[in-house]
Design a protein around this ligand. Sequence first.
Ligand SMILES: [Ca+2]
Ligand SMILES: [Ca+2]
Length: 393
Amino acid sequence: MRAISVLLLALLLLVPVPGVADPSPSTVSASSGPEAGARAQPPALRVRRMVTALDVPWDVQPVGGGRFLVTERDRARLWLVTRRGGKQRVRFPSRKVWRSGETGLASLEVDPGFARNRRFYTCSGWRTGRGPAAHDVRVNAWRLSPDGRRAKRLRTLVAGFPTSTGRHAGCRLLILGDGSLLVGTGDAARSRVPRDLRSLGGKTLRLDRMTGEPWPDNPWPRARNERKRYVFTYGHRNVQGLAERADGSLWSVEHGPHHDDEVNRLRPGGDYGWQPGPGYDESVPMTDHSLPGRQVRARWRSGKPTLATSGATFVHGERWGALDGTLAVAALKSSRLLFLRFDDRGRFQRSWAPPALRRHGRLRSVTRLGNGDLLVTTSNGSGRDAVLLVRPR
Ligand SMILES: [Ca+2]
Ligand SMILES: [Ca+2]
């Protein structure tokens, strides 16, 4: 009886999770009252396994008409799926995708004009030649055939993201309200990459999604080094999530080493302070203020241990109650969906991890649909993964 009551209680409560508020004096104090949204009750959530029998689905994005594109990282497969769980394989030159460790077919974005132009974008490992070291990570633009059975590569938008064993390959895509494409990359587990402005690794990059040219109001538009013109922010370890808030602010989510996953608010030209020592010695802070110049503090960090935070999106809609306006962050190692509330000035306030999303193993990506529902991909392997449809009851 007691066990049942405890279980019921656990189901009813949204369990608070660890998280370290930024230690700056600007973090929430006892005197600052909760926002209106924070007073409302978090809703119970309904979670349905919408599409099943997937293997490490990295990303899912809607293409309209109740259909979605899904990438599988390790198998480099692309699927067109329906809300009812139907799956159709999309043919494309998948043998060109370089798969190794954390690298494979990763993030997806769908063009806002997809109904007319049928364009979508991928970030993936890519074979650049025949040799064992002939690979990079890159962003490609594709066109889906009218019957949805084939995708044709239109062009490579930006290429040459560094690689090593396949570790720390990023890679997240987000089309912003201004139409530009933001790309979050990983440092390829190479020490000098994140703060080298001539490398595309350990950065957020911003570019024109049609031409692949650097976005004109990037911080260094006239740099002599062409790669530097793409750089929006630098000093990142492995950017796994990108999100744009309703106020236009841009946020990244990245993995920490054995400590401090981070959520960062992106500031053009900002240095986010990751520079492991020689030989990729990771015993340095995720934001190392002892580096030259000014480093931008994280808005939220996990502390110890890491949760392995990954994809993220801002939650919209009144039916989400206290979770309306929070940043929903998928976590791999800790197998949960976090909802983090930041105030209007971007200061962390509190977090929730609903029990309904702690039963599906590792969670990779989270996508917001037009009606406010969320799609979440699991990342457990062995062909047992799913796309979850999450909505308030
Ligand atoms: Ca940092
Ligand atoms: Ca410094």
